[in-house]
Design a protein around this ligand. Structure first.
Ligand SMILES: [Zn+2]
Length: 59
């Protein structure tokens, strides 16, 4: 997903960033590759995609 909360602030992924999913409150880690679009990924394998109808990025 593109946005997560860092200290309660909606933020885009940043290198080595840690945030909180707005939907499930699960911990998410920033994935910042050289070629891939930077995004947030759940630390655990929780999937809350069904709550993200407008979100196209994989969790
Ligand atoms: Zn989530």
């Amino acid at each position: 997903m593109r946005y997560a909360l860092i200290d309660g602030v909606k933020s885009e992924a940043l290198p080595k960033g840690r945030g909180v999913c707005r939907v499930c409150n699960g911990e998410v880690l920033a994935k910042c590759g050289k070629f891939k679009v930077w995004h947030w990924s759940h630390k655990s394998l929780i999937s809350c995609d069904r709550w993200w109808k407008s979100e196209t990025d994989w969790h």
